[in-house]
Design a binder for this molecule. Structure first.
Ligand SMILES: *Cc1c(COP(=O)(O)O)cnc(C)c1O
Length: 379
C-alpha cells in the first residue's frame, strides 16, 4: 500500500527456525532461551544485569519502583516522548513533571530545565534518548548527584547507542529497552531492563514475577520445590518465543544500526542540498546513535498536515514524534499548575518524522526527499 512506509521489519529463516525450536522444545516461558537472551544483551551492552520483561512500559514501571518512586513523589521527564514514559510514573502514584527540550539542534530533555523543575518532592529523572541520540548525560548525572536523585534511562530508541564509548542505558540506575515491532530490534512485544546494581536486579527479578522467590523453571529443573512471595509483584514476564526472536535480532543489530546511520547521513546530504530550509536536529550530535528515527523540522510557515497529506498522496508514510504529553486530555486533567514548556511548544509543531528502516534503499530516500520538496513547493 505504501511505496515507502515509515518503518518495516524483515525476518528470515533464522527467526523462523529459532521460533520453531522453541515450539519443539515444549517449554514456552521464562526458561533457558530467556536466560540466553539476557546473557546476550548483558554482553552486548556491557552491563552486569539484564532482566527481560513483557515490554518497555513494564520495564519503566519497575525502574520507577526500584528507584523508590511512589505516591507524593515527583519524577522529571520530557513531554516530547511516547506517553508510556509518563504513564509508568503514574502507575506508582507519583506525579510526572515535564521539563523542556534543548532546542532545534537537540530534541532531548534540557539539563537546565531539569534543574528548574526540581522540588523537595523530586525523586528521580527519566531521560529519553530521542531517536537514539544521547541526552547530555554528563550534565544530567551531575545534577542528579548534587540533588540526590536517581536517573532512569528510557532507552527504547537507543539499543546500540553510546556516548563517549559508554552504552546508553548504563549511565543511570536502570536503563529500559523496547523490542516493540517498530523498534531497532523486535520481538513483537518485549522489553529489557538493565542495571549494574546487583541488589536492584534481584528485586527486579522478583517484581517481574509476582514477587516470587523461585520460578516455575527452577522448580522444573529440580533446583527448588517451593517458593515464598516477598512483596507485591506483577506478571511482567516474557516468553521463550519472543526471547528466541530477540537473540536472533540482537545478532543482527549492529548491521541494522549501521544501515540506519548511513541512510541518515544520505538523507542529510540530500536535504541540505535540495531543501536547505528544512531543520536537521542532532546534525553534529555527540556519540554514536542507533538512528531509530529520522526527525526533521519544517519551516515555521509550513502547514504540517498539508505536507503529510501531500506525501501520503505520493505513497510516503510520515509521522509525528511526538504530540507533547501535557497536551493529552488524560494529562491536562492531572495538571496542578500550567506546564510551561516554551521550546517544546515551538518545536514540536514543526517536527515531521520521515521513513527510516534498514531495508530502505538510497532510491527510497531520494523518493522521500523529492516528495517532501514537491509537497513544500507545489509546481
Ligand atoms: C516504544 C517506546 C516505549 C514503550 O515501549 P513498549 O515496549 O511498547 O512498552 C517507551 N518509551 C519510548 C520513548 C518508546 O518509543
Amino acid at each position: 500500500m505504501w511505496k515507502v512506509p515509515l518503518s518495516d521489519i524483515r525476518f528470515d529463516s533464522e527467526e523462523s527456525n529459532a521460533v520453531l525450536n522453541v515450539l519443539e522444545s515444549g517449554w514456552l516461558t521464562m526458561g533457558s532461551v530467556t536466560q540466553q537472551f539476557e546473557e546476550d544483551v548483558k554482553a552486548y551492552v556491557g552491563v552486569k544485569n539484564a532482566v527481560a520483561v513483557s515490554n518497555a512500559t513494564a520495564a519503566l514501571h519497575l525502574a520507577c519502583l526500584i528507584a523508590g518512586v511512589g505516591p507524593g513523589d515527583e519524577v522529571i521527564l520530557p513531554a516530547l516522548t511516547f506517553v508510556a514514559t509518563a504513564n509508568a510514573v503514574r502507575y506508582t502514584g507519583a506525579t510526572p513533571v515535564f521539563a523542556d527540550i534543548e532546542g532545534e539542534d537537540s530534541l532531548n530533555i534540557s539539563p537546565s530545565s531539569i534543574e528548574a523543575k526540581i522540588t523537595e518532592q523530586t525523586k528521580a529523572i527519566i531521560v529519553v534518548h530521542y531517536g537514539g541520540y544521547a541526552c547530555d548525560m554528563h550534565a544530567i548525572m551531575q545534577i542528579a548527584q548534587r540533588n540526590n536523585l536517581l536517573v532512569i534511562e528510557d532507552a527504547a530508541h537507543a539499543i546500540g547507542s553510546s556516548l563517549d564509548g559508554r552504552m546508553l542505558g548504563t549511565w543511570g540506575q536502570t536503563g529500559c529497552f523496547s523490542f516493540f515491532s517498530n523498534k531497532n530490534m523486535t520481538t513483537g512485544e518485549g522489553g529489557m531492563i538493565i542495571t549494574n546494581d546487583d541488589a536492584a536486579a534481584e528485586r527486579l527479578r522478583h517484581l517481574r514475577s509476582h514477587g516470587m522467590t523461585t520460578l516455575t523453571w527452577d522448580r522444573h529443573k529440580g533446583h527448588a520445590w517451593t517458593y515464598d512471595v516477598v512483596g507485591l509483584g506483577y506478571n511482567y514476564r516474557i516468553d521463550e518465543i519472543r526471547s528466541s526472536l530477540g537473540i536472533v535480532q540482537l545478532s543482527k543489530l549492529n548491521y541494522y544500526n549501521e544501515k540506519r546511520r548511513s541512510l541518515t547521513n544520505f538523507y542529510r546530504e540530500q536535504l541540505r542540498r535540495l531543501i536547505p530550509e528544512i531543520g536537521l536536529p542532532f546534525l553534529n550530535h555527540p556519540g554514536l546513535s542507533a538512528c531509530h528515527l529520522f526527525p526533521v523540522l519544517l519551516p515555521d510557515t509550513v502547514d504540517r498536515k498539508k505536507t503529510m497529506d501531500g506525501m501520503k498522496a505520493n505513497g510516503i508514510q510520515t509521522s509525528i514524534h511526538y504530540p507533547p504529553i501535557h497536551h493529552f486530555a488524560a494529562y491536562r486533567s492531572t495538571e496542578t499548575q500550567e506546564t510551561l514548556l516554551p521550546v517544546t511548544e515551538k518545536i514540536a509543531n514543526r517536527e515531521l518524522t520521515l521513513p527510516l528502516y534498514p531495508a530502505m534503499s538510497k532510491d527510497d530516500v531520494k523518493l522521500v526527499v523529492q516528495s517532501l520538496q514537491t509537497s513544500l513547493h507545489p509546481a
